[in-house]
Design a protein around this ligand. Structure first.
Ligand SMILES: Nc1ncnc2c1ncn2[C@@H]1O[C@H](COP(=O)(O)OP(=O)(O)OP(=O)(O)O)[C@@H](O)[C@H]1O
Length: 310
């Protein structure tokens, strides 16, 4: 449906996007995961033909979006990261306003707004001023605006940033529903790996302008299939303890977060006993030691040496 080849964007010294290749098939939910500043929004802006790339191409249904953006624009809905709503209008008035901008037929628009309000769960609040809305309600309305013209492809740029867990779950379920019931194709960007894990069929992981891994969730986690992750919770993390662990030839990676030490160790190594011995040697009080299945966060750490939310 959509294919991106060798896409680049340079802002003076900053290579915001540096050779991105990706594709989206009809009916998929594709995740674009990466920390702040990875280049996700810039990629989406170029894919939506909002900004021109420095190099590369975006093809929608086999036509270049850069030369011929019209076909894509008719079929595409974009949920921007920044909330773009009029606070002094009601929810319904906002949808009416954007419907007019899209030049939608007046009669059709009323029925479409009813449908959209249903999808985003704001029927009861449609006549309230947006300035009285919670962050989550504004985000839902922001999504509603992108759905007005019945797009078959939707780009959502971090649609759950800064909202309460209940609204977040509502949005995640709405995304699933749109995909399942309307066969909507969705590109979903996030820096929350658990969202992408929950929603997406295929995932691209982006960092510093590059795609550093891609594939199904299992494909990506298999990058780490040769390793196991230990999570060691201590009363106090002692430097002597972490130093001995770091020096151990089996330890591939070590991170410390508050009282928890996380280690990557080859799968074949029996490491429990070593952890206990090194803790005893350094008088470190262990609260628990757990072996974990790898998460996307672990893959990111493995590929970049940094946590996703640095
Ligand atoms: N208009 C611009 N002018 C100069 N630099 C820019 C511009 N837009 C983005 N950048 C830079 O390009 C890089 C990628 O930014 P981008 O917003 O695409 O990342 P992101 O992954 O979407 O992160 P976030 O989640 O914080 O939006 C960053 O270093 C950013 O500062």
């Amino acid at each position: 449906m959509l294919e991106v080849t060798d896409l680049k964007k340079q802002y003076k010294q900053t290579k915001a996007v540096d050779g991105v290749n990706l594709f989206i098939e009809q009916g998929e939910i594709v995740g674009l995961l990466g920390p702040n500043g990875a280049g996700k929004s810039t990629t989406i802006s170029m894919m939506s033909s909002l900004i021109p790339p420095s190099e590369g191409d975006v093809r929608f249904l086999n036509e270049s979006v850069i030369k011929q953006p019209q076909k894509l624009r008719e079929k595409l809905g974009v949920v921007p990261q920044e909330i773009a709503l009029y606070l002094n209008l009601t929810a319904r008035e906002n949808l009416q306003f954007f419907g007019k901008i899209y030049k939608m037929d007046k009669k059709q628009l009323g029925a479409k707004i009813d449908q959209v309000l249903e999808i985003i769960g704001l029927v009861d609040k449609q006549n309230d001023l947006v300035k009285t809305f919670s962050g989550g309600m504004k985000r839902r309305l922001n999504i509603g605006v992108a759905l007005l013209h019945d797009p078959s492809l939707v780009f959502m740029d971090e649609p759950t940033v800064g909202i309460d867990p209940q609204s977040r779950n509502y949005i995640l379920d709405t995304v699933k529903r749109l995909n399942r019931e309307k066969n909507m194709t969705i590109l979903y960007t996030s820096h929350y790996m658990e969202e992408v894990e929950y929603l997406c069929d295929r995932i691209y992981i982006m960092d510093q302008g590059h795609i550093i891994a891609s594939g199904s969730k299992d494909d990506i986690k298999n990058i780490l299939s040769a390793e196991q992750t230990f999570q060691i919770e201590t009363a106090v993390v002692k430097e002597e303890f972490t130093n001995l662990l770091k020096e151990h030839p089996s330890v591939r990676q070590l991170t410390v977060q508050e009282k928890t030490v996380t280690l990557l160790v080859p799968k074949e190594v029996v490491f429990f006993q070593t952890i206990i011995e090194l803790a005893e040697q350094t008088n470190t009080e262990l609260k628990s030691v757990q072996v974990q299945k790898p998460s996307l966060e672990d893959v990111f750490l493995h590929l970049t040496g940094r946590a996703l939310r640095d």
